[in-house]
Design a protein around this ligand. Structure first.
Ligand code: FAD
Ligand code: NAG
Ligand code: NAG
Ligand code: NAG
Ligand code: NAG
Ligand code: NAG
Ligand code: NAG
Ligand code: NAG
Ligand code: NAG
Length: 573
């Protein structure tokens, strides 16, 4: 109801009701993107019935899509209509390599609806460094508390003999986690061979000490092995909330400014609705949750970004913030593939293990530590404080190496064991920038892999070490041949060449709206507010200053949980 419709019924009651309905016509938050971070944040904010949230999601609801719900079908959704299929730029190293289009979720749940669902938490020391980067609200105590709010851990049945530590998990969260069905005795053999070769067995990597080979949980309902997403956990069971509105097939293009004098104030967000019509959703606060390649383009089209770059595209600068779209770090991985002596009876859900080891440990036992250290050099485009944080973590011996084992079953063929190994925190960083002011155009995604030689050398030693794990009993007894790379690829140089030519993207990019100081190229502050704006925030994988040990998915949920706490404390709607 608008004020003008008050009419003549000027009783106190009418005024009272009118006042509350006027308030309700101005949405408190418009959230761009109903993905991993977006729906988790929207859920927590709408716990208060007086707070109204409108989520704009470019995709549909994904209901009934078995490619999403059935975790055994991971990958089937890639290239279908629930995947953005972002084109990528040609890589500098090796020259001319182009990996083509890469997946990102375009559906409620976002990438949590199409990802590998592996759920891993970083090292407490990662968050000591996040806090040291000028973010006092993001230290390990606060971060882990927020992360535990996300998780509802389902311990495995006793006879699965999977190790875990109950207190390393959250138990009252909205996202169920559980282990895939085990494939004994193969997985015991993997763990035992890692240990036999001098690696470490960690009982649980989720409690802040991910420093050995351990079982990894999935975002997964244990009862029927279906995938848990931010939509199944944070939206569908809560869609009855009147203050939690979602508009599907609505693609945001830019921020509409109420004023750009002084500190710019956003009025709302322009979007293209499902009929192709341009609309505006106004709100007191604008939160971008479009993901690592979704949020920076909206900022840039709205005049927030590198002024020179925007001028070249005819976009008027509103806030000169050259860090927008920079600092993009992606984990790469290359497979070491072995054939078993037999076809194993595997369950429908592929079991996985995560292997963590510190780089120093990897190198002390096989590589040239002095060479590694000499290659540990800050790339030109890396922010100085991030490099300092990397140095500290490196000196502390935190884990830099991640890997998954994957058991692959093909009809009539021996089962294959594929280890995907790589560097958790590579030094090379890339970018994501718009190339036109067109609101619906894809940005240019430049991964920029291997511009730091450190990354190549570290990856090579990692793969060689994985190979060495596989050559000792008990695992070696089960292996009949190495399939990839060919057996003559043994030296670190040859493994390095294999790695850069054959590695795949981890689909774990982060950092394009980094939470670091503005003068160092930061985009958001400790409260996730975009520097230089009055009421624009980013809450997704873009804000991570660097990749915590492990994979990003669980961290995005934790960021959203923590953002909700910070927003509630500030009441800025
Ligand atoms: C194939 C794949 C496998 C992965 N495997 C794992 C794994 O096993 N473990 C792990 O930890 N991590 C994994 N990840 C990474 C992890 O899923 C992501 O880091 C995380 O989900 C990102 O969350 P987000 O909120 O930043 O973005 P997203 O979850 O991608 O959400 C962004 C949302 O915004 C919407 N959107 C974007 N632009 C607009 C716009 N302009 N208007 C309206 N809506 C918009 C999108 O449609 C999407 O719904 C994987 C990712 C992929 C793609
Ligand atoms: C599921 O994936 C398969 C293989 O990619 C595809 O052919 C099919 O159309 C997908 N189903 C849906 C509902 O998108
Ligand atoms: C565990 O016990 C259940 C119930 O007895 C049985 O069905 C299942 O096969 C067992 N699993 C393993 C891994 O031993
Ligand atoms: C799996 O179990 C959940 C919770 O019990 C249920 O909501 C869902 O419909 C089930 N999915 C399938 C495919 O059986
Ligand atoms: C939304 O905000 C813009 C900019 O302040 C304003 O011009 C417009 O009238 C508003 N729309 C609605 C529906 O309130
Ligand atoms: C801003 O963009 C211009 C033009 O693309 C580029 O030359 C410059 O290096 C960028 N500045 C920063 C700080 O990234
Ligand atoms: C792997 O084993 C080979 C042969 O024993 C050895 O030379 C090499 O240093 C080992 N590499 C690693 C990383 O452990
Ligand atoms: C495969 O190797 C394991 C371990 O050595 C052995 O127990 C098993 O019998 C072998 N299977 C076949 C079919 O050779
Ligand atoms: C390995 O052998 C193949 C086939 O003979 C050959 O083409 C390739 O160059 C060799 N690679 C190395 C690193 O020796």
């Amino acid at each position: 109801m608008m004020l003008s419709s008050l009419g003549a019924s000027g009783t106190l009651a009418a005024l009272f009701f009118c006042a509350s309905s006027v308030r309700a016509t101005v949405t408190d938050y418009v959230i761009v993107g109903g993905g991993t971070g977006g729906l988790a944040l929207a859920n927590r904010l709408t716990e208060n019935p007086r707070v109204s949230v409108l989520v704009l999601e470019a995709g549909g609801d994904g209901l009934g899509n078995v490619n999403i719900s059935d975790l055994a079908l991971v990958g089937a959704s890639w290239g279908t209509d629930v995947d953005w299929q972002f084109p990528t730029e040609t890589l500098p190293v090796p020259p001319g390599r182009n990996i083509g289009k890469v997946p990102r979720g375009k559906v409620l749940g976002g990438s949590s609806a199409i990802n590998g669902a592996v759920y891993t938490r970083g090292d407490t020391r990662d968050f000591v460094q996040w806090a040291a980067l000028g973010n006092p609200s993001w230290g390990p105590t606060d971060f882990f508390a927020a992360s535990f709010k996300n998780e509802e851990f389902f311990p495995p049945p006793k006879n699965w003999s999977i190790d875990y530590i109950y207190s390393d998990h959250g138990h009252n969260g909205l996202l169920p986690t559980s282990f895939g069905n085990p494939a004994p005795p193969i997985q015991d053999a993997i763990i035992n061979s890692v240990v036999a070769y001098g690696g470490r067995h960690s009982l649980d990597n989720e409690g802040g000490h991910p420093d050995g080979v351990a079982w990894a949980t999935h975002a997964r309902l244990p009862s029927n092995a279906t995938r848990a997403t931010s939509a199944t956990g944070y939206y569908f069971p809560f869609s009855y909330r009147k203050n939690f509105q979602v508009k599907l097939f609505s693609q945001a293009t830019r921020i509409i400014w109420k004023s750009t004098r002084g500190t710019p104030v956003a009025a709302g967000v322009e979007y293209v609705d499902q009929n192709g019509n341009t609309q505006v959703a106004n709100a007191t606060t604008v939160v971008l949750c479009g993901g690592v390649w979704g949020s920076p383009p909206i900022l840039e089209r709205s005049g927030v970004g590198n002024k020179t770059l925007l001028a070249s595209l005819g976009i008027k600068s509103v806030v000169d913030l050259p860090g927008v779209g920079e600092n993009m770090v992606e984990q790469t991985a290359a497979p070491m593939v072995y054939a078993f002596n037999t076809t194993l009876p595997l369950d429908s859900v592929t079991p996985l293990l995560l292997n963590g080891e510190s780089l120093q440990e990897t190198f002390t036992k096989g590589g040239d530590l002095a060479k590694l250290e000499s290659l540990f050099v800050k790339p030109d485009n890396m922010a100085e404080p991030i490099f300092q944080a990397y140095q500290k973590l490196y000196q502390q011996g935190t884990t830099w190496v991640v890997g998954l084992t994957n058991l692959i079953q093909q009809p009539g063929q021996p089962t294959l064991l594929a280890w995907f190994g790589g560097v958790a925190r590579p030094l090379s960083s890339g970018s994501c920038h718009i190339t036109s002011s067109d609101g619906l155009a894809y940005p240019a995604v430049q991964y920029n892999w291997f511009t730091s030689e450190f990354d190549i050398y570290a990856a090579s030693v990692t793969l060689q070490r994985i190979h060495n794990f596989t050559t000792v009993p008990p695992l070696s007894d089960w292996i009949s041949a190495r399939i990839a790379p060919p057996p003559n690829v043994t030296s670190l140089d040859d493994i390095g060449t294999y790695f850069i030519e054959n590695c795949v993207q981890g689909d774990h990019p982060i950092g394009t709206a980094a939470m670091i100081p503005r003068q160092d190229g930061g985009v958001v502050d400790n409260n996730l507010k975009v520097y230089g704006t009055a009421n624009v925030y980013v809450v997704d994988a873009s804000v991570m200053p660097f990749q915590p040990t492990g994979y990003p998915h669980a961290h995005v949920y934790a960021i959203a949980e923590r953002a909700a706490e910070l927003f509630k404390a500030q009441k800025h709607y």
